[in-house]
Design a protein around this ligand. Structure first.
Ligand code: FPP
Length: 254
């Protein structure tokens, strides 16, 4: 990991900020267990970290921050925990929308939303509506999201369009597939430049499977509730040391 001096914003190159940062926020349960607290205490603290990192990312000039809040597999958790997580967007937006507007942050959500409890849907839809005129960073929550089901839905959409003769099978290419994914409306920002996973787990867990083809990955041992501004900035510095070749050669080698 980058050995930067903490809080040394000067060493972050403002011209090389990852435009789209995606985060797998992991380790809430372990954070709580270490403190002999119920797991949900970790999720509550994790929500505070979301607030901190949203502000830091927006201030740094990140254009899209995608946060994996609930996967299509997370329904397997105990009902009480699921209920608690489903209430987090309600608590988050009811306290944080004014700050989001002040920071010009626009809320967006991706996932199978009609399976969410009504009050979660309402909280999310209100936040989208209230921030719709914001023109700064997009705060994109993945809620009841799964990469494989996203691809399945995109394929079904494309097949329907071919069957309806709106497009022909010859039109099916990488761009068309990207357009049909849940990140499609993000246009040129749809693929993350940087994917971070906290808590030391070295897995992708069905997150943005198509979109991360050329993302830089950083895995940090920090548990999500302990993740903070300094650590985020260190990871941005680490990203800035990476040599992104997208399958090509370094300029100096070509
Ligand atoms: C993974 O940690 C975390 C989750 C499944 C929930 C993530 C949700 C938040 C961080 C809050 C989101 C906030 C909003 C506004 C939606 P884990 O429970 O798997 O941790 P463990 O691996 O240590 O058990």
């Amino acid at each position: 990991m980058a050995k930067s001096s903490l809080n040394n914003d000067l060493s972050i190159d403002p011209l090389n900020i990852p435009q789209h940062v995606a985060i797998i926020m992991d380790g809430n349960g372990r954070w709580a267990k270490k403190r002999h607290l119920p797991r949900v205490a970790g999720h509550r603290q994790g929500m505070q970290t979301v607030k901190t990192i949203t502000k830091v990312a927006s201030d740094l000039g990140v254009k899209v921050l995608t946060l994996y809040a609930f996967s299509t597999e997370n329904w397997k958790r105990p009902a009480d925990e699921v209920k608690f997580i489903m209430n987090l967007p309600v608590a988050f937006f009811s306290s944080f929308v004014p700050d989001l507007i002040k920071n010009n942050v626009k809320v967006r959500v991706m996932g199978i939303l009609d399976q969410l409890p009504k009050k979660t849907q309402e909280a999310v839809n209100n936040a989208i509506e209230e921030t719709k005129n914001c023109t700064g960073m997009v705060l994109n929550f993945a809620l009841n999201y799964g990469g494989r089901s996203e691809i399945e839905l995109a394929v079904k959409d494309i097949v329907k369009e071919v069957e309806a003769e709106k497009i022909s099978s010859a039109d099916v290419n990488e761009d068309l597939i990207s357009d049909h994914l849940m990140t499609g409306s993000l246009g040129s920002l749809r693929d993350p430049d940087l994917l971070i996973r906290t808590s030391g787990e070295l897995r992708i867990s069905n997150f943005l499977l198509w979109q991360i083809a050329y993302s830089e990955f950083i895995f940090t041992d920090t548990l999500w509730p302990d993740f903070n501004e300094n650590i985020f900035k260190e990871l941005i510095l680490e990203y800035q040391k990476r040599d992104r070749r997208f399958g090509g050669l370094d300029k100096k080698d070509s």
